[in-house]
Design a protein around this ligand. Structure first.
Ligand code: AZC
Length: 789
């Protein structure tokens, strides 16, 4: 420990000629980061050597949503409190690191899951390293202006990046048709908890081979002089800001191929250093997990690299097939990647050629198995000039997994139905998880201390199943302690919201929170409608015993997603109305916080009473926010969907607020012919609420029935040429949802009973640790070693 402070002093001195107390926050961040990196260097080297001597796995992901690293790293090293004290002695408040931006190299659930998995693998001593992209600009920052989302570039590296080591010596080249670039690795240490194990996240940055063309410069062609540099750097310039939506752009395909090729070359180099040109051990020593289809061009790329080593196609294919496994994260059609063959041919023709060979091989294999022509047609990897990446991944890999029980069932019965019929042994479920280090230990030290007291040790940090011990100590005293902690976290969140968004909220009100990406299927609009319903009822005196409630929203919309943006504006219009109406302003408060990200989430999930998880049944693959809320004692107000189902199974449905149509109901409604217009016309309360989109209640920027609110209204009631009315079943679920919300509101008044439910949720959250999930991957898919706790 004193070691760290000495190192810090030296770093501050040598880098800035300053004493610790004189450093600016960003200088302190860099110096302390460097000091920590120095401290862990030996363990990191030792871990690398160990992983290199055994079977190991790699997590390939276009996104790693790491969040802020400083607190987490100090926490996992077990020195956060000490560093805090030592800094305090120097008159420095450790909260200065709140000025440092998150590393937001991901969009939402999929990227954050990758980050939780790296954390868990390090702690569970699974030899797993991550491979991804070092975007210059991460996910945009969100401002809210006049109720609208405004996007600003996220230049996260402006604080420098002490956690990454640039490894120039291990750079490789990646070629596209007509362009060859350098891929430079940056290594980030992923520090385990209560272990000396440290894993690595290697992120690739694209750079030019020749940065500057002097000839062109001399000819006064200044743009051409730097053209190669710009063209290369553009590849890793920015993260595509889409969540659950595929964008078939050349640059995106380049990003994917770029990091896959670089990572595979890296793995091959390491392998060759051990075994030379004998590739017979490759699949025995390496497992590659493909995080969604974004890295699926790894399969043909691995085949290509092996063929370059002298292997024939069939041999190379067998190795690739035994090495790769694929995780699916969504059933939404618009998110399933399908690349246009022409585009692929234009960018990576050799890869396209290999995909065609794989596609033919599949057809031969299916013929040999006696599969019908009809089914074979449905399984084509290349069909009508389109490459189906999920099919490629399912065929050319060991396993395919869904991310919650229901989701895996839907893959088997629907999305990948034919595949399940032919290759049933390949399908697995791996319900998602979250790391309890960041999502409880670090963000809720007060609750963590209570848990440690009750469990008898802090071993829950590495074995979350120990939480079940809490089941035996849910007494009046513990409930009171829990309620006191919750109140404290609510006060802290109120202060933070005041500071960040300038809005005052009442910590004695219920905090009913929905934070996640904005998407129609997640149904933030349903939540908005429920608030309007309650607003009208309060005004009519129909809810005399309503406990004051603060509805908190946080959500980024993809910049090109017009409806999502309209929903943000609509929520902000509701906030304006209910927060200022004298009849309701003490009973309802609506806040749309801006720039929801990992660091904001750490303050939010700890303060929630109700966790809104309102997706249309069958559409949210799992959800992981739901788990973060549960672990911190919020009750789920949600549909029977994704991991909500398993949450309710673990904690008991009587301890959650589950509402609405289930998958079977949705199927039935679709079959019968769902008619939202009829429901809307028959129910004056629904009509009044939905019509606030068009009746002048709200200002859609003077659009008066012609703008984005009217478009939302029309999509709900009439549908469009490309989508049936109310595709996401808002109108059907609204009355059920409102009644459930009112029931939760009533229940909250009984503080003891409600607190008891919260504690039961915490006690039964053990399953949702990403430690459990990562060990399942290690056992069932990768067959690597792991820690026995
Ligand atoms: C998300 C799913 O929507 C979410 O339900 C799941 O919890 C999460 O992955 C982790 O598995 N999917 C995505 O973020 N998908 C894309 C393509 O962005």
């Amino acid at each position: 420990m004193s070691n760290i402070m000495e190192k810090l002093e030296l770093t501050a001195q040598s880098m800035y000629c300053k004493k610790i107390e004189e450093l600016t926050p960003s200088e302190l961040h860099l110096s302390l980061g460097k000091a920590v990196m120095g401290e862990i260097a030996d363990n990191w080297e030792a871990s690398k050597a160990k992983h290199n001597s055994e079977r190991r796995a790699y997590y390939f992901s276009a996104e790693f949503l790491m969040g802020r690293m400083m607190y987490n790293n100090l926490y996992c090293l077990g020195i956060l409190d000490d560093v805090k004290k030592m800094l305090k002695k120097k008159g420095v408040d450790i909260n200065v690191f709140e000025d440092i931006d998150d590393a937001a190299l991901g969009n939402g659930g999929l990227g954050r899951l990758a980050a939780c998995y790296l954390d868990s693998a390090a702690t569970m001593e699974v030899p797993l390293d991550g491979y991804g992209i070092r975007y210059k600009y991460g996910l945009f920052k969100q401002l809210i202006k006049d109720g609208y989302q405004v996007e600003v570039a996220d230049d996260w590296q402006r604080f420098d990046d002490p956690w990454c080591l640039r490894r120039e010596d291990e750079a490789v080249t990646v070629s596209f048709k007509g362009q060859t670039v350098k891929a430079v690795p940056y290594d980030m240490a992923v520090i385990g908890c209560k272990t000396t194990n440290i894993n690595t996240l290697r992120l690739w940055q694209a750079e030019a081979i020749n940065e500057f063309d002097f000839q062109a410069f001399n000819n006064t062609e200044y743009n051409r002089a730097v053209q190669e540099k710009n063209d290369a750097e553009n590849i890793t310039k920015v993260l595509y800001p889409n969540d659950n939506k595929y964008e078939g752009k050349v640059l995106r395909l380049k990003q994917q191929y770029f990091f896959c090729s670089a990572s595979l070359q890296d793995i091959m180099r390491r392998y060759k250093a051990k075994h030379g040109n004998d590739f017979s051990f490759f699949a025995k020593e390496n497992a590659i997990q493909l995080n969604d289809t974004h890295p699926v061009c790894s399969i043909p790329e691995l085949v290509r690299l092996l063929m370059n080593e002298g292997m024939n196609f069939d041999e190379a294919f067998e190795i690739a097939r035994k090495t790769c496994a694929y995780t699916n994260h969504t059933v939404l059609g618009e998110a399933l990647e399908k690349w246009h063959a022409d585009l692929m041919m234009q960018v990576i023709p050799e890869i396209y050629h290999i995909i065609c060979l794989i596609a033919n091989k599949l057809q031969e294999e299916l013929t040999a198995k006696g599969i019908s022509e009809d089914m074979k047609a449905k399984m084509r990897i290349v069909d009508a000039n389109t490459v189906h990446m999920a099919r490629l991944a399912t065929y050319a890999g060991t396993y395919v997994n869904g991310v919650a029980k229901l989701h895996t069932e839907i893959l088997k019965d629907d999305v990948l139905k034919e595949w399940y019929q032919v290759y049933p042994e390949r399908f697995q479920n791996k319900t998602n998880g979250i790391t309890q280090r960041r999502w409880l230990g670090l963000c809720n030290p007060e609750l963590a201390a209570l848990i440690t007291e009750k469990v008898g040790s802090d071993n829950w940090l590495i074995d979350l199943s120990l939480l079940s011990k809490l089941n035996d100590c849910i007494d009046a005293k513990t409930i009171t302690k829990f309620n006191t902690i919750k109140k404290k976290k609510k006060v802290q969140l109120a202060e933070y919201i005041k500071k960040m968004d300038g809005v005052e909220i009442n910590p004695d009100s219920i905090y009913d929170i929905q934070v996640k990406r904005l998407h129609e299927y997640k149904r933030q609009l349903l939540n908005a409608f429920s608030i309007m319903t309650i607003y009208f009822r309060i005004k009519e005196g129909k809810l005399p015993n309503w406990t004051p409630t603060t509805f908190i929203f946080g959500a980024k919309a993809a910049p090109g997603y017009a409806r999502a943006k309209a929903i943000i504006k609509y929520i902000n219009e509701i906030a304006d109305l209910v927060n200022n109406d004298p009849d309701t302003k003490d009973k309802l408060k609506v806040v749309f916080i801006s720039n929801y990200n990992v660091s904001y989430a750490e303050k939010i999930v700890v303060a929630a009473d109700l966790s809104e998880q309102t997706s249309t049944a069958g559409l949210e693959a799992s959800g992981t926010g739901n788990m973060k809320f549960m672990l911190n004692g919020a009750l789920t107000l949600g549909t029977y969907d994704g991991a909500n189902i398993e949450i309710a199974e673990c904690a008991g449905e009587e301890n959650e607020y589950i509402f609405g149509a289930r998958v079977e109901d949705i199927e039935r409604l679709k079959k019968e012919g769902y008619d939202p217009k009829k429901l809307y016309e028959a129910n004056p309360e629904i009509k009044k609420v939905v019509d606030t989109l068009i009746d002048g209640t709200f200002d859609d920027d003077g659009a008066q029935g012609e703008g984005s609110f009217a478009e939302l209204h029309n999509a709900l009631i009439n549908g469009t040429s490309w989508q049936e009315a109310d595709h996401y079943f808002h109108i059907y679920d609204l009355p059920l949802y409102v009644e459930t919300k009112i029931r939760a509101n009533k229940d909250y008044a009984n503080r003891k009973e409600f607190g008891k439910k919260c504690l039961i949720n915490i006690a039964n959250a053990g399953k949702f640790s990403s430690d459990r999930a990562i060990v399942e991957y290690a056992k069932d898919i990768w067959h690597t070693s792991y820690r026995k706790v």
